[in-house]
Write a protein that binds this ligand. Structure first.
Ligand SMILES: NC(=O)c1ccc[n+]([C@@H]2O[C@H](COP(=O)([O-])OP(=O)(O)OC[C@H]3O[C@@H](n4cnc5c(N)ncnc54)[C@H](OP(=O)(O)O)[C@@H]3O)[C@@H](O)[C@H]2O)c1
Length: 262
């Protein structure tokens, strides 16, 4: 598999580069970064800490995609639309883990999916997929008497809030109880909680890779269902599995549940 990485100088981009370099079935052919990135022109392997691999970080998307079968994207929401358009044009499959895509990014992703296979997932881990399934099971068993609230914790450099994973978990909860309305935190004289609200809280600090807890709060008892990521490689491995999965598939949207199977 010939792979390009978008957002290659970032925390996740470096993890993908490192793991791709170690995989015998993957050849890294492109590494794309922002035009004002201080790492521009440097060897992507050196930036990722695995030594020179002969692939320079470039801000030219079309050149970075040249010869690639799949691009893995971990970047920022407002940077993805041109990548998705260029991937569609070049026939390059897309695996994107960038969270909180804006409307332009979402439209570009939909458009690309008509021409190439696409996996977009706000969390590439098996554990979070299972957490979403467990939350839905618990909510069905516990019923509407239990209030649902979500708390996520991330490192101090995370740019978006709440996390894409927290939104994904809220969506999973809403599939079970469609009346739930998602609140982004609470502040001031908000009054007593209603049955229909489900608040999402973002905590930021330190170097936390990503913790998510779904609180199910009922009369005299409560459940706290938690997922903790302890290494970024978890998400990079998931993205590489997704890249192997989309390779050669028909155009369309695929989910991380498709990738993980069963
Ligand atoms: N789906 C998952 O499993 C998962 C897991 C972890 C993180 N994420 C998401 O992945 C994204 C990246 O996370 P991260 O922790 O790796 O963040 P990060 O370290 O800030 O990396 C983002 C990278 O994108 C680069 N970038 C910005 N504009 C660009 C452009 N126009 N073209 C190419 N690259 C550009 C940034 O460069 P500059 O620094 O020069 O701006 C930076 O190197 C976030 O949305 C995060 O929420 C998803």
């Amino acid at each position: 598999m010939k792979l390009a990485v978008f957002g290659a100088s970032g925390r996740m981009g470096q993890a993908v580069t490192r793991l791709a370099h170690a995989a015998p079935d993957i050849q890294l052919v492109g590494a794309i970064c922002a035009a004002d990135d201080p790492a521009l022109g440097r060897d992507a392997g050196e930036v990722a800490g695995v030594g020179a691999i002969g692939v320079e970080l470039s801000a030219d998307i079309a050149a970075g995609l040249l010869g690639a079968d799949v691009v893995i994207d971990f970047s920022v929401a407002n940077a993805v639309a041109p990548l998705f358009a260029a991937s569609e044009k070049a026939g390059v499959a897309i695996v994107s883990g960038t969270t909180n895509l804006d409307e332009r990014g979402q439209r570009a992703l939909e458009q690309a999916a008509a021409k190439v296979p696409v996996v977009w997932a706000p969390n590439m881990s098996r554990g979070v997929q299972v957490l979403a399934e467990v939350v839905q099971h618990a909510m069905r068993r516990l019923g509407a008497e239990f209030d649902v609230e979500i708390v996520e914790v991330h490192h101090r450099k995370k740019l978006d809030a709440p996390s894409g994973t927290a939104i994904r978990l809220a969506d999973a909860a809403r599939e079970v109880r469609t009346e739930l309305a998602e609140l982004r935190g609470r502040d001031g004289q908000v009054g007593a909680r209603t049955d229909e609200e489900m608040a999402v809280f973002g905590v930021r600090g330190g170097d936390v890779i990503g913790d998510h807890t779904v609180h199910l709060l009922g009369p005299s008892e409560r459940l706290e269902l938690t997922h903790r990521a302890t290494d970024r490689d978890l998400f990079a491995r998931g993205a590489i599995s997704a890249a192997r999965y989309v390779l050669g598939r028909a155009p369309g949207r695929y989910t991380i549940a498709d990738v993980l199977g069963g």
